[in-house]
Design a protein around this ligand. Structure first.
Ligand SMILES: Nc1ncnc2c1ncn2[C@@H]1O[C@H](COP(=O)(O)OP(=O)(O)O)[C@@H](O)[C@H]1O
Ligand SMILES: [Mg+2]
Length: 243
């Protein structure tokens, strides 16, 4: 089991051509939280995520992972995009086994671990399928498992459920929360969907248009579950009784 890392963009400026897309952005991501990055289309959400991943170097400022400057990609920080690169010639199991191999899992244990992941993402029976034989939602499940199987200390997700239909999307949101609880890690999740932001996020950062400062950084009232709500209330009552 891993715990999440802290991430920080420290006054970063990001650009592709002359004009900065992101100018002087400072955001802290707390260890183990789900931070939502949202904002208007084209405001630079994906750009910030790329910088956090180490795929794009800031013109100025720094990206810090647990206080250490990020200078490139790392398996500590997994990236899950809308439809990224499951290896098409590898089966579901084999795609997940690869993530386990890359994190140094000995060969002997990989298959069983991969099959455990496959059960966890609800794809029991599909281990030997190739990605092209799966629906978009099923592929996204495999991507989630593959991303988390490497035991990353942060997962960076760029509108991962954006292409899914409403029903599948709701299922995936549920699955993400459940999986994140079982395999705690820091998550930075990009979405332009407010409902998704409120459902998944511990906090929501709202980016302004290109070059504008951060518009808002909001705490989302927790817990996510009505049952837990009652549990908190119960705990409050017990505490009050004990005092
Ligand atoms: N590879 C690129 N080369 C040049 N400009 C880019 C590139 N990627 C994104 N941009 C520009 O940077 C801005 C922010 O893009 P992006 O981060 O993708 O926004 P968002 O994810 O919020 O929709 C946009 O104006 C976009 O056109
Ligand atoms: Mg984007």
């Amino acid at each position: 089991m891993t715990t999440g890392m802290s991430l920080r963009t420290d006054r970063i400026q990001l650009s592709y051509t002359g004009t900065p897309v992101i100018d002087d952005l400072t955001v802290d991501v707390r260890p183990g939280e789900i931070l939502i990055l949202t904002g208007p289309s084209g405001c630079g959400k994906s750009t910030v995520l790329r910088a956090l991943a180490g795929l794009l170097r800031p013109d100025s400022g720094r990206v810090l992972a647990d206080g250490t400057e990020v200078t490139g990609t790392s398996r500590d920080r997994a990236v899950v995009f809308q439809d990224n690169a499951l290896l098409p010639w590898r089966t579901v199991r084999s795609n997940i086994e690869l993530a386990l191999k890359l994190r140094g899992e000995p060969r002997a244990g990989r298959r069983a671990l991969a099959d455990k992941w496959i059960d966890e993402i609800g794809l029991t029976g599909f281990a030997d399928y190739l990605p092209k034989s799966l629906s978009g939602g099923m592929r996204q499940r495999v991507q989630l498992a593959r991303g988390l199987a490497g035991a990353p200390r942060a997962v960076l997700m760029d509108e991962p459920f954006g292409a899914l239909d409403t029903q599948t999307r709701a299922t995936m949101q549920r699955l993400l929360i459940d999986t994140w609880r079982t395999h705690p890690t820091t998550v930075v999740f990009v979405t332009h969907d407010v409902d998704e932001a409120l459902l998944l996020g511990d906090r929501v950062a709202v980016l302004g248009r290109a070059g504008e400062p951060l518009r808002a950084l909001l705490e989302v009232p927790q817990p996510r579950e009505p049952d837990v709500d009652r549990a908190v209330l119960r705990a409050k009552i017990i505490t009050a009784l004990e005092n």
